[in-house]
Design a protein around this ligand. Sequence first.
Ligand code: NAI
Ligand code: MG
Length: 335
Amino acid sequence: MTQTITVIRGDGIGPEIMDATLHVLDAMQLGLSYEFADAGLAALEKHGELLPASTMDSIRKHRIALKSPLTTPVGEGFSSINVELRKRFDLYANVRPAKSFPNTKSRFPSGVDLITVRENTEGAYIGEGQSVSEDGETAVLTQKITRKGSERIVRYAFELARKTGRKKVTVVHKANILKSTSGLFLKTAREVAQLYPDIQCNEMIVDNTCMQLVMKPEQFDIIVTTNLFGDIISDLCAGLVGGLGLAPGANIGTEAAIFEAVHGSAPDIAGKGIANPCALLLGAAQMLDHLALPEQAERLRAAIIGTLEAKDSLTPDLGGEGNTMSFAKAIATRL
Ligand code: NAI
Ligand code: MG
């Protein structure tokens, strides 16, 4: 196979975890080649803009990108680059698996194996129609939900269930209060669910879902929900299984797909070489699934799990004394 992917090394710990991830991918000898592109602070310094046209062209051309976290400068009138990428490529499905791993200091060392499928392009999260009154006393934000947006994300969740042999989809909403927006999402989800009689479907209100996730996470299989709820719930799920250092995410559209870690650029530990590379590596495993290489994806996941089980060179966030590169090398050895 020869497949070129766009690689964005990112900001803060980004370059460190990307070097570690590429070290492991190279060891797998998949025939992948990389086109490096800049985004975020690194791009601002080099090209004078956060998201240069050359980066957009690269993603458009190769349709697959592996991306480290990006820093969006605060209070300088820049909008989030991540939100911008999702918007420009219409990456409507944000797919975030959370699975129990050994030796992670998690409260659930086993039993959690769920995927949050978050709508990625609409709802309150995208910040449409934001304004603050002149006297600074009143703030307004529009929350727009469409049937089309709801339908395609719920379909994505059910198709994912079929493809991965999962049995249940939980539709998470707040239609009892947000009757128009969350109501339209729920109504559409019920219609879509009818088309998948082989997959069990249940509905849950978002606040109850949070409690249920903390008390009995093993009841969940696939969760599908709107943008802002999905943002919050997927971090909660990352917390169930050992924190942000182990949480990957895929942003998938029809024209392109971008694979990443859920966490940010971690300025507090940047440059120290101690960041956990697992979240981005697990994002790379999602990328291999997307490239129709499921055996290779499993091979990568198994090497990560084996390394966690052996407590070999784990990074400090997992209680180990290893560093980003020694951890990656231990994973590469187990492939
Ligand atoms: P963060 O996720 O960067 O850090 C939160 C905490 O988790 C920090 O204590 C950090 O050290 C720790 N952490 C994160 N990743 C880790 C890893 N791989 N290994 C070990 N520890 C890790 O979130 P924060 O501090 O809120 O944001 C920092 C910057 O990242 C901001 O500029 C934000 O805009 C950006 N960001 C970018 C994202 C992306 O590009 N996808 C997502 C979230 C934030
Ligand atoms: Mg988030």
